[in-house]
Write a new protein. Sequence first.
Length: 373
Amino acid sequence: MSATSLIPRPLAELPWRVILLVTFIAVFGLAVLYSAAGGSLEPWAMKQGVRFFVLLAGALVLSRVPMRLIERTALPFYLALVALLVIVELIGAMRGGSQRWISLGVITLQPSELMKVAIVLILARFYTLLPAGQVRAIGAIWPALALIGLPAALVLIQPDLGTTLTIVFGGLVVMFLAGLPLRLFIGAGLAAIPVALFAWFVTMEEYQRKRVMTFLDPESDPLGTGYHISQSKIAIGSGGIDGKGFLQGSQSHLDYLPEGHTDFVFATMAEEWGLIGGFIVIALFALLLRWATLVSLNASTRFGKLAGGGLTMVIFFYIALNLMMVMGLAPVVGIPLPFLSYGGSSMMTIMICIGLLMGINRTARTGVQRGLS
């Protein structure tokens, strides 16, 4: 009798490679949060650990939901979140000058985070239902732009520039994967210039404009708007090749590095683990993205391919924008680093993406598409 025969089939069929991969990243993140708190599980590491394992279990449950059901519920899911975004504008809770949350008593929900997933699913559903011959027609463009533009506008006025960019990016990726010609995206980029100018002068808050200007010249105000980026660069650079050592980071422990447990957690890690630690983290994320890309490419349905590609790029956008932000290569827009940054909303979004990708992978492997007929 083989060892594998002793393991229940549902347990043996779990995607253990990706489970172990994300668990390793998350556990390493817990070590960073433990160090950022001065060698204590409170107030971040313990809560983050509980969140991760609860959300990992939720992702595994989500992966068992039939893809046909996910596809059919994409529109109700999207519409419900649009309604919640409107409610946020009316009675949403304020934090740090932004109105992004709905208090539900036990939990606080941030609908804009879930919209990053919903926009991918609804556009994948839209282009799946669209006949192949009509993908390049005007009727395949304006409905998709409307589906993207409505939630993006609602999120932008919260204001939340980072989430707005993620929603737009995820939607455009699905449109590109659906087969729309490249020239349309170039034209859209040119058309976005007046929209960006409108956002700059009308909808963006003063602190957001300062963030963009600081990105261009952080040293112009090192003790003011450029403080975050300057201290992040100092923390990363001072780590050298092998870092200062676990629990030995001075920038975070002496509170020089703002948000060292959330948006700038990579700088906290790099100071103690150095270039080697940074390379390991990036390599692990690369493995995760490689898995997600292969899932999308090998999907057995058009919806799976489009949704898988969009979800992969949402994860990529989180990783890339955060790393660029902490290194001074992009403005500070409040995008957390998956599995390392402290916070429940962003981790929930990432785990939903991973759960859906595992479901797409399971459907392709089994060759069975169960669900609603």
